[in-house]
Each structure stands twice: as structure tokens, then as C-alpha cells.
Design a protein around this ligand. Sequence first.
Ligand code: NAD
Length: 507
Amino acid sequence: MNDFINRIKNNSNNAENNNSTIFKGNGVEKGIFSPVNGQLIGRINFADNKDYENILLTARSAFLVWRKIPAPKRGEIMRQFGEKLRFNKQELGNLVSYEMGKSVQEGLGEVQEMIDICEFATGLSRQLYGLQMHSERPNHRMIEQWHPLGVVGIISAFNFPVAVWAWNLSIALICGNVCIWKPSEKTPFTALACQLLLSEIIQANKLPEGISGLILGDQLIGEIMSKDSRIDLISATGSVNMGKKVAVNVASRLGKSLLELGGNNAIIITENATLNQAVPAILFGAVGTCGQRCTSTRRLIVQEKIYETLKIRLLKAYKQLRIGNPLNEKNHVGPLIDKEAVNAYLLAIREAENQGGKVIFGNEILDGPDHPGGLYVIPTLIEAKKDMEILKQETFAPILYLIKYVQISEAIEIQNAVPQGLSSAIFTNRLMESEFFLSTEGSDCGIANVNVGTSGAEIGGAFGGEKETGGGRESGSDSWKSYMRRQTCTINFGNDLPLAQGIKFDI
Ligand code: NAD
């Protein structure tokens, strides 16, 4: 269906004549099926230990070359990659939509995010600034400088199959690192497409191929990477469960990790909110990507005076949602990724009901010719009580819990009473409410928005969250510092050797 599949086939070193075998590692074979229609996209052979070793050694030797290339020249490579993505945007966006199941507009948006971060990285390559400090000793100066770490291992999730890699890769590369990417085992074809585009740039510039390596496999390869002290930074995006394992494995070798894990994001709607603003933000947050964003809105905390009005508006909006093939731009919501996700959706709804929740919309799997494959579900609204245990859980599906509050302090308490701390938002036109939400007593999340929903972050800010979300920061602001090692240098340009803290050591 997608020209990329043919290009991947033609460019794969190990391509076989068998049409269904597109990439050949030496490990187990896996068929990849589209959630859109259940059709086979192709078969992949995962990497085995020997493939892993080759990729790692190629990366380590590429690092010796790449780290010596001036940062602005590394930035130029990112500029070229951004251009390449611009040229291939439509096709790559379609493939993201077909393999992952998000709407084609969101697939294109993801590729646009890749283009944006490439441009950001190009500019940043001239701004990897260190500080200069005044020394307490005469004829001395102190500086702080930044060096690359080495090999950055990127483990990514299925739901942002290309953008999260680009966030990490572009910043890591301009800092002078090389990268090895282990994408989700659910979305290997988009990864192959990205790798194909980047390798064209690397070859055209006569750079070593190991600057960016791709390794296909499941969590076993992720575990090997986490335990391997030849990987200097593991940047892992995925579930809290995965992050807890990666954190232990990396920490046990005293390595560095950057964790971007699950969220359980809430929007507070006060009685001073403009509902015309709030309703589309809630809708996009709760049903966009079929509720499979780390920043998806999962809880709506609503002041009791406007609760009924908002509920009626939401029900009306949910009834208008078009659910179906995400490649058709008229549809708002595509399928879930796989059967396990559908089961998790059903289980969470049942659990919510058992705990006293009331389903007011949804709770249904769609079938028939417009919904092949059994993965299309109706986004669900549940009226919930604030102390229900299920509210603490991230269910990666379009389920939105509606919770009432009376005082703003109570709303913040409810919003913070979950283990995750990624994204949060308040809708209000009252300064005192929005400032309270942003104060130290307010949201405990890495992202706190006012009159903007929880999902759809811009690349210019640092992205990430607190508590079980893992504490990592990626993308904009000074996140680049996570990909470099800091070195403090004291330089003596005098003839004496004064010691710090006035210590005398006369001999
Ligand atoms: P997942 O945890 O199942 O898998 C993510 C990646 O980790 C995959 O590549 C997988 O192979 C790998 N992996 C799994 N177990 C591992 C282990 N023990 N060691 C090393 N690697 C391992 O997640 P998923 O289902 O692909 O994605 C959904 C989850 O990701 C959600 O919880 C979502 O909130 C989270 N997510 C977070 C962010 C963020 O920036 N905070 C962004 C996207 C997704």
C-alpha cells in the first residue's frame, strides 16, 4: 500500500525474493498486521545477539569519528534530514497511520514534529553553551564545558512510532553522540522507513553508517541494551512497568537513563471556564489517537455548578464522533493497536463499574465492513467517584472519567492523587485559580497548562513528567544537557600554585 514498503524491500541488505520478507535479521520471524484492517503489512526477522553485537560495535567505532565533527556541521546533517522528511512527509505520515492506527492528520503531525525538532537541533548545534565562573584564586579561571556521552540507546513505544525517536536522535546527534534505536516491536516498518531516509543522508555525506543504528526486537533486546555498559545513555519511552525494569538494570551498572513513562492526565474545569474552549480540548485529549497518547486526558475534574452542563455538551460531542479507517480524513478516531488493548479497555470499564462508576457513553466494540479487525471501540465516558482505585491507573484506551469537585483545592488534590505526573491542565478565566494551579501547591506534573488541553506539546519546551512518569526531559529548552557530560575545568595562567579554601601546603 505504501511505496516505503517497496523502498525498504529494495534497500534491505538481506532482502529476499519472497515478497513477504522485507527485512532479514537473524532472530525470530514476526508478522506485522495493520490495526486498520487486520491485513499483513509484512514479515520481519528480529535481530539476534550477533546482530546486536555488530550494531553496537559499528556504533562505537562511528562515535570516534562523529564526536570530532564540529557541532554546527553535525547540525547541518540534521538540517538535511529535516528536508528529507519534508519531502517524504505525506508518505511517512500515511505509513504511521497504517501501521499504528492513528488518524492520518496525526500521522502527518508526527512527521511535522520530526521536521520541527530537526530544525531546532540545527540551531541548537551552535548554542551548546557552557558557563564561565570566577575563581577564588588569582590568575585562575573556571569554565564548564560539555562533551558527548557516546552511544545513546533509544527504546521507544508504539504510540509515537517516529516522533519520539526523532526527539532523541536529533538532539543526541548534534551533541556528538551516536544512536541505536530499538523501536516498538509493534511498529517496525515506520522505523525501517525512518532509518532508510536517514541512511540516505549519512551516505550522501560520506559519514560512518553507525551514527544511527536500528535494532528490531522485543523487550529482550531492550533488556540487553539496558544492561550493556557500552551504552552510555538509555532513553526509554513506554509504560511505567517497563521503566521500573529499565531503571533497575541501568542503575545496577551506574549508567544513565532518561525515562519517559506513562501518564494519567487530568483537566480541571472550573465554573469560570469558557466551555467553547474547553470542550474541543477535552475531546481531542480524550479521544485523539484513540486515547493512546501518554498525554491523553483520562480524568475530568469538574466544578459541581457546571458539571451537568458540561456533561450534556460532552455527550453531544461524543455522539458526533466518526470512528473508522484513520486514513480517511473524515474520521476522528481510528482503532486501538491490538486485541490486548481492546481487552484492557473492556476490563477497565468493568472494573470502574464494580467500583461504583456509571458508564454514560460508549463501552462497545464496533464490527462490520467499516470496522474490520475487531479493534475499533467507542470512546467511553464514565461518571466516577473521586476515591475509586481505577482512577490511579493508566488504561491506554479512550476512557474518560468525570469527577465532581467543590473547592479548587479539592480539585488539585484529586488531580495529584495518582502515581503518575505527566500532563495537567486547568480551564478558567480567573487569575487566582490559574495561578494557584501553577503554584507550588498546585499541579505536581511536568506539564501544567492553562486554557490548553493536556495533549499536543510543542517541541520548544522540555517534555516529560514527575513521579512514576520517570522524571526525564526531552526535546526543547535545555534538555540537551541530558545527552552530554559536564566537565568543570580550572585553569591556572599564573606562576604560583595557590590552593583552594586558603590551604597552605609548604614544602
Ligand atoms: P511498553 O512499555 O510495552 O513498550 C515500550 C518499549 O519498551 C518497547 O520498545 C518495548 O519493546 C520495550 N520494553 C518493554 N519491556 C522492556 C524491558 N523490560 N526492558 C527494556 N525494554 C522493554 O509501552 P507501549 O505499550 O509500547 O507504549 C505505551 C506506554 O508508553 C504508555 O504507558 C504511554 O503512556 C507510554 N508513553 C510515554 C511517553 C512519554 O513521553 N512519557 C510517550 C509515549 C508513550
